[in-house]
Design a protein around this ligand. Sequence first.
Ligand SMILES: Cc1cc2nc3c(=O)[nH]c(=O)nc-3n(C[C@H](O)[C@H](O)[C@H](O)COP(=O)(O)OP(=O)(O)OC[C@H]3O[C@@H](n4cnc5c(N)ncnc54)[C@H](O)[C@@H]3O)c2cc1C
Length: 433
Amino acid sequence: MQRRPLLAVGRGNGVTQPLWTATAAPGPALSALSGVVDTDILIVGGGIAGMATALHLGERGLRVALVEAGQPGDGATGQSGGLVAPDYIRHSPETARALFGAEAGERLTGMIGGSGRHVFDLIDRLGIACDARRDGFYTPAHTEALADNQREYAAQWRARGHDVAFIDGDEARRLFGADRYCGALRFAEGGSLNPLAYVRGLATAAEQAGARLFANSPVRALERRSDGWTCRTPGGTIRAARVVLAANGGNAALHPAMRRTTLPLHVFQFATAPLDPAQREAILPAGGGFTDKLPYLFTARIDGHGHLVSAFPASFMVSGNARLYREARRRLAQHFAVLPAAEIAFLWRGLARVNTSFLPEIYDLGDGAIAIQACNGRGIATNSVLGAEVAAFLATGDEAALSVQPRSPAPIRFHAAAALLPKLLMSIAYLSN
Ligand SMILES: Cc1cc2nc3c(=O)[nH]c(=O)nc-3n(C[C@H](O)[C@H](O)[C@H](O)COP(=O)(O)OP(=O)(O)OC[C@H]3O[C@@H](n4cnc5c(N)ncnc54)[C@H](O)[C@@H]3O)c2cc1C
């Protein structure tokens, strides 16, 4: 279907709202918390993790209330690139097996590998209109050595029943319209979506399932009482037997054990004006999206309006609006010969939180409190699954529902200095790019 192109709003001279705010249908109108609410389970945070948990708890008939500081999707979810990426960031099925043992390692790999299918099946079941594209996710290789590893990784995934293939350099050049790569892994069950439309759709479905959702309700205090947990927002109070912290970077301010457990990864995400037909034919002509494995990573996908969506990590080397737009254009020109001077219509800031394992984590905080801390710049698919699994665990009390074994959080050593590391490393990576 040919869609009406959207007006470009970036004009090259300032950071804009995310593209998705212009393309996602409105979510449910949510009021702020007021007065006192008693419930069984309190969720803090209305991104994918919190909203998926609320949905599945509601569907299981539990009394659940969710409080969000702003609107659903205001955090990393609505800033993201929308890639549905059913792959490890740093691991492979075999390294996960070596790290966690056969049972837990295979369980985790099954969850990650099946996470794309989970997302698209959920979207189908709920009828969420979020430009969902089940057309593949790729991780291109920029060196022959990585390409060799990827041949091996493809075999590992396939041996476990996942539709993952290695494609050679010629095919990668044809499928991406970029000639920088010598091969790629193709995850057939990955793809992309409009992340803001997706989380708003989850919110609508969660409300319909009976979850009580409150927006514009930042939790200022979370206290453990003898009879459960109490959270206070400027307008009200929620009392609950159990609590799920799904506030991503905000978790640190809610529970002392969550302090210093993640590092900030600042990213500039951007989108071009809708591509013309010749550009569409040259770039990702068969659909799909990719993220390469370079430290100063490159990523690309095209949405239903024809915007090419990409990103670059923040560094100390690129600052000031004019340079940000220049860098966005430079990166596109570097990869796509047909985009020597693309028009950048949207350019927005994003803040991902990374942990030291680069794996999704569930933390057991004791006293009926758990935290989902699984951003790592890759949480759209995994957080959707974790929400369903955490709901199953809370409903049944059976830890076997979780593919990620809950553990206690550990603070990152020398956190204040470490927090500067991502930007520092990206500055070095920028210089060698
Ligand atoms: C620029 C960028 C690009 C990305 N691209 C991709 C991608 O292409 N594919 C992918 O899989 N992942 C991507 N990610 C990662 C992905 O967006 C995240 O992993 C995922 O959205 C995290 O979901 P979440 O629910 O855990 O956190 P969030 O979406 O951050 O939600 C947490 C919510 O908690 C709320 N909150 C915080 N503190 C409080 C409080 N005290 N009281 C109440 N509410 C509070 C926040 O307002 C926020 O809405 C990207 C991330 C960024 C930043």
